[in-house]
Design a protein around this ligand. Structure first.
Ligand SMILES: Cc1ncc(COP(=O)(O)O)c(C=O)c1O
Length: 403
């Protein structure tokens, strides 16, 4: 099938819910992908953070092939060796005290499980989330997500959710009532524009939750697995949540969701309280074992810290050069560049020039490249961006001059 047919069929046969880019990607290796015409791209989208180890990592491919020949599916009502191996590996990297997990298939599912768990453990209904938060689009997760364009068409959502201004300990503390089960928060807001909380915020939040006997749920779906230069973003601030939501890169590119909690909290779930047919399938667990091995053995977390520092410094050069660049933010290889204007145009133009970049809201460029990205690939990204932002700035200033 040619490019034109593929685009037509996908548009016709698949729900039209994604802001599609006119490109057909057929192959990937490391931080590079290629389209159907053989054109190469530096992939700073990283499949929205999934391709953290790089595309088709050979160790993940090997583990998947081997496991596929042995056993692909095994319902969690039966025991399985790969599932156990993965759970043990997982607990060897999760923050101390988070040692019992529910396995699912996506970020939203990991959040759904955390919400149900908070209600079950505390016996209380209310969940507090942050304005600007993104937690997914299933009904429970959507109730915690902030953006009204995602929420409004689907009212009424799950009751007893409320949103408070982000990064404001006083407002958060005041929002807690005797009905509050949990505060759900992203340690760094991803979709909300790559926003890092002010110093002391997460520690303060932990203290408030302890004082008021409310669970702290951290949504680390986007920020974990070494992405920010620490295995989990909460480690930057020395904070351990009661429940943590994980997903995206944990199975080397295969679908996975993980809700990990303190033992006593997860143990409040009894048989039948929650389930998912695919929970902890051997195939996904084999991929996830290989993914953790690669992350640890190849020291990718440290690599994210070093290369992230380099990438950020290069982005700051662009900020110094162009007026339309307002701010550069991020930690490790989770980076954002806020422009004074809509970024859609720049995203499409950089794609033409062989660099894939994400957005985060209307005016933030977001970078979630694989942690195996090479310095030269970062340099290419910067030089394409330099040109494209320069063009945009010229067009805008000549347009303004003409007006
Ligand atoms: C912080 C956060 N939570 C939850 C989700 C939802 O994950 P999924 O799209 O796998 O359902 C996302 C997705 O981007 C996310 O960034």
């Amino acid at each position: 099938m040619n490019e034109y047919d593929i685009i037509n069929f996908e548009n016709r046969l698949m729900a039209n819910v994604f802001a599609k880019r006119p490109v057909v990607i057929t192959r990937g290796k490391g931080a590079l992908v290629w389209d159907i015409n053989g054109k190469e791209y530096v992939d700073c989208m990283g499949s929205y953070g999934v391709a953290l180890l790089g595309h088709s990592h050979p160790k993940v491919v090997e583990a998947v092939c081997k496991q596929a020949e042995t056993l692909i599916s095994c319902h969690a009502s039966l025991y399985n060796n790969k599932r156990t191996e993965f759970l043990q590996k997982l607990m060897s990297i999760t923050p101390k005290g988070l040692n019992k997990a529910f396995l699912s298939n996506s970020g939203a599912e990991s959040v759904e499980c955390a919400l149900k768990l908070a209600r079950k453990f505390t016996g209380k209904p209310e969940i507090i989330a942050a304005m600007g938060a993104f937690h997914g689009k299933t009904m429970g997760a959507l109730s915690a997500t902030w953006d009204k364009k995602y929420r409004e068409p689907f009212q009424p959502l799950v009751p007893e959710f409320k949103h408070v201004p982000p990064d404001n300990l006083e407002k958060l503390s005041h929002a807690i009532t005797d009905k509050t089960a949990a505060i759900l928060i992203e340690p760094i807001r991803g979709e909300g524009g790559v926003r890092i909380p002010p110093e002391g915020f997460l520690q303060g939040l932990r203290e408030i939750c302890d004082e008021k006997d409310v669970l702290l749920i951290l949504d680390e779906v986007q920020t974990s697995f070494g992405r920010t230069g620490r295995l989990f973003a909460c480690e930057h601030w020395g904070v351990t949540p009661d429940v943590m939501c994980l997903a995206k890169p944990f199975a080397g590119g295969l679908p996975i969701g993980i809700t990990v909690a303190k033992e006593n909290i997860m143990s409040s779930f009894k048989v039948g309280d929650h389930s998912s047919t695919f929970s902890g399938s051997p195939l996904v667990c084999a991929a996830a074992c290989a993914a953790i091995n690669v992350l640890v053995e190849d020291k990718l977390t440290e690599r994210a810290a070093v290369l992230g520092g380099y990438f950020k410094a290069r982005l700051e050069e662009l900020q110094a050069k162009y007026k339309i660049v307002k701010e550069v933010r991020g930690l490790g290889l989770m980076l954002g560049v806020e422009l004074r204007y809509d970024v859609r145009n720049i995203i499409l133009k950089t794609m033409d020039r062989g660099v894939l970049i994400l957005d985060a809201g209307r005016n933030v460029l977001r970078f979630l490249p694989p942690l195996v990205v090479e310095k030269e690939q970062i340099d290419k990204t910067i030089s394409v961006l330099d040109e494209m932002i320069g063009e945009e700035e010229n067009e805008r200033s000549s347009g303004a001059a003409a007006n």
